[in-house]
Design a protein around this ligand. Structure first.
Ligand SMILES: [Zn+2]
Length: 434
């Protein structure tokens, strides 16, 4: 008699066409996050529900009790529970069904962002890598277990949630926790191929969005000589907010360079933790014409910090640094820029020696006959909210993040099958067979 693991892995190979067909079916249903900035929500609302609906037959084939509900109309989450026989550890697999917008559809292969077509071993379409492949792999792993007659001791929970791309975890992953779905561990099936094959990502970066508004003093442009040269009237006449803004910009670049030299982490490439300005505007009062000295300059920064950094300490460090910078400038000393912390997506950080990490590494070895390796998740994902819900979490899934949010997004078909095998082996090793 073949052992159950060998039988399940063979079953997944036999299911290859079915797995890729299901992925293609889900990719062909647009599921753009309705709260994504710059969109008219009504144009895309309901896509998340429709895509999750396509997955329901696969959930049923896996033996799940299916729970589909929406925190907001048209935005259904899909959770399935395969009840364990008892005595084992429970496990959540979590992925998001929503995607970013496609940009100009005409620029995509075949003029279609939702083709779901396979060419040269890659399946194309918006959301293929990020992250319908991960969702299909986890659901098909559960189906493969059922088809081979393997029953688990611990509960096996499959979550396909909405809203991740618009940071709307309250409607998605956090809503699943509030609804009572919890487990001894969770795997987020986001794409984790960063520099080679998919890595095990036990931690992520943390992210802040910081807005700095630098004040100036508007006056007629023809007096600029008075504002900038010795002997002039100086700030009695006016202050160019853009000039002052670039003083702040240079100072922040200096801090970023210091971080680049000092902020390292063994699971991230050098320089990953940084302070980048990504939006900038400076303007005079009234209509946008350049004949009045600007009175305001606004910088929007994204600050990427280490998983083990204390987020409040990062905020305090930056605010103290900026205050010292302002103290050195006669105008800013008296007219201090306003700093607003617009948004934060905290990091998650599960120790590499936590049982969920070591069991996943062992399952990877069993399923693929090659050693797993570790890398930090360079962006952020829903593991943060699972961890905050008390569930130790790790990310591991098919696809390269570099292929996400780009025209001609695609997924390597073999990576989908491989991930499916690792998930099935993980479910057996973690939840227990019996
Ligand atoms: Zn994603």
């Amino acid at each position: 008699m073949t052992d159950p693991t060998t039988a399940v892995l063979a079953e997944i190979d036999a299911m290859r066409d079915d797995i890729l067909q299901t992925l293609s079916d889900v990719v062909r249903v647009p599921s753009i996050s309705p709260k994504y900035p710059g969109l008219d929500a009504d144009d895309v609302l309901g896509g998340e529900s429709r895509a999750n609906q396509v997955l329901v037959p696969s959930y049923k084939a896996a033996g799940c009790v299916v729970d589909m509900w929406a925190e907001e109309p048209g935005r259904d989450n899909l959770v399935g529970v395969v009840k364990g026989s008892g005595g084992g550890r429970s496990l959540i697999f979590n992925g998001h069904i929503d995607t970013v917008p496609p940009g100009d559809p005409a620029t995509w292969k075949w003029g279609d962002p939702w083709s779901g077509r396979i060419e040269n071993g890659k399946l194309y379409g918006l959301g293929s890598t990020d992250m319908k492949a991960g969702i299909v792999a986890m659901v098909k792993a559960a189906e493969a277990l059922r088809r081979t007659g393997v029953s688990l001791q611990g509960d096996f929970i499959l979550e396909s949630v909405v809203g991740e791309e618009s940071m709307d975890h309250e409607r998605g992953t956090t809503a699943t926790i509030r609804r009572g779905y919890t487990a001894d561990a969770a795997i987020v099936t986001e794409p984790t191929a960063f520099s080679g094959p998919p890595a095990l990502a036990p931690c992520s970066a943390g992210v802040f969005w910081l807005r700095i508004v630098v004040p100036g003093k508007a006056t007629h442009v023809m007096v600029r000589g008075n504002l900038i040269w010795p002997g002039g009237a100086g700030d009695r006449y006016g202050v160019n907010a853009i000039d002052k803004g670039f003083y702040v910009y240079e100072a922040m670049k200096k801090l970023e360079a210091d971080w680049g030299m000092s902020r390292n982490h063994p699971l991230f490439p050098a320089g990953h933790f940084n302070i980048g300005v990504n939006l900038l505007s400076g303007y005079p009062p009234g209509p946008p014409v350049p004949f009045i000295v600007p009175h305001e300059c606004v910088f929007d920064y994204v600050i990427i910090y280490r998983p083990n950094d204390d987020a409040d300490a990062i905020k305090a460090e930056i605010e103290e640094y900026l205050n010292r910078v302002y103290d050195l400038d006669p105008w800013l000393r008296e007219h201090r820029p306003a700093a607003t912390w617009m948004h934060q997506w905290p990091a998650y950080d599960t120790p590499v020696d936590h049982p969920v990490c070591s069991t996943l590494a062992a399952s990877h070895q069993t399923a693929l006959s090659r050693e797993a390796f570790w890398e930090g998740f360079p962006a952020v994902d829903d593991a943060t909210w699972l961890e905050r819900g008390g569930i130790p979490s790790i990310s591991y899934g098919p696809g390269n993040v570099m292929d996400a949010h780009t025209v001609d997004e695609s997924i390597d078909c073999q990576q989908v099958i491989d991930a499916c095998k690792v998930y099935a082996a993980m479910a057996m090793n973690w939840c227990g067979v019996g």
